[in-house]
Design a protein around this ligand. Structure first.
Ligand SMILES: C[S@@+](CC[C@H](N)C(=O)[O-])C[C@H]1O[C@@H](n2cnc3c(N)ncnc32)[C@H](O)[C@@H]1O
Length: 233
């Protein structure tokens, strides 16, 4: 879709949502362009995932983490305008939160909220790992980041890499498998999650199926999602 058509659809976000998955380039144009409107658009559709994910995150913290909440550090991957961090704080998280996102404009909006300790503008992909040492964060959260054209499922290994042993990684996935034009399963989150588990890297502590939005959505593939929470071994 070209930028003229994006412009024509400026006020019809629910139509656009069906299109944003198509390519990485399109996404960056989309997020940079709509950054200042993102929160209102998501609010108008009743975007449920940040709050749901934050509550599950708090529930699944280890007893040790719960006892030392102020010392916990979290990384918000594909942080956008900061909705997940705001929801985490509302759910009682009181440690520091760092942010990483590919869109400068989304970062700018988040910066105005003063919720993050540090914010990085960085495009995450399998060849461009996150610039953090192994075992850095007690919590890694990725809210609506693993959608087509956003962060590849293979990057889950990199998410887990930066979690401290005993820490949690929580994210939602709207499509567990993607099929290439030859019908081959690629970027299969289910296979990746099973492999990480089988290799003893982490344990699944909760898997929650839910709607993404309170409002009715036209495009079914964005209607439902699964929130996965893992503890790193
Ligand atoms: C649907 S928004 C979610 C933002 C926020 N987590 C929330 O829940 O509101 C997706 C975000 O992912 C970012 N993003 C997409 N692909 C990315 C990539 N490969 N690396 C880093 N950020 C990416 C976009 O810039 C956008 O801010």
């Amino acid at each position: 879709m070209d930028s003229e058509r994006i412009h024509e659809r400026e006020c019809r976000f629910s139509d656009i949502v069906g299109e944003i998955s198509k390519s990485m380039e399109m996404n960056h144009e989309f997020y940079d362009k709509y950054a200042s409107k993102y929160d209102d658009m998501m609010k108008s559709m009743g975007f449920k995932i940040p709050g749901h994910l934050a509550r599950l995150c708090m529930e699944n913290l280890s007893d040790g983490s719960k006892a030392n909440l102020a010392k916990l550090t979290a990384l918000d991957v594909a942080s956008g305008t900061g909705l997940a961090a705001e929801a985490l704080k509302e759910a009682g998280f009181c440690g520091v939160i760092d942010a990483i996102d590919a869109s400068l404009q989304m970062n700018e909006v988040a910066k105005s909220k003063n919720i993050y300790r540090k914010m990085l503008c960085h495009m995450i992909n399998v060849d461009n790992r996150m610039p953090f040492p192994d075992n850095t964060y007690g919590v890694v959260v990725a809210c609506s980041a693993l959608t087509p054209g956003h962060i590849e499922h293979d990057c889950l290994y990199d998410f887990l890499r930066v979690v401290k042993p005993g820490g949690i990684m929580i994210f939602n996935v709207s499509h567990l498998t993607t099929v290439d034009p030859d019908g081959e399963c690629v970027q299969c989150a289910k296979c990746i999650l099973e492999k990480m588990h089988d290799e003893g890297k982490c344990e699944c502590v909760s898997e929650t199926h839910t709607d993404m939005f309170k409002a009715d959505m036209k495009y079914h593939k964005f209607k439902e999602t699964v929130i996965h929470c893992f503890v790193k071994n």
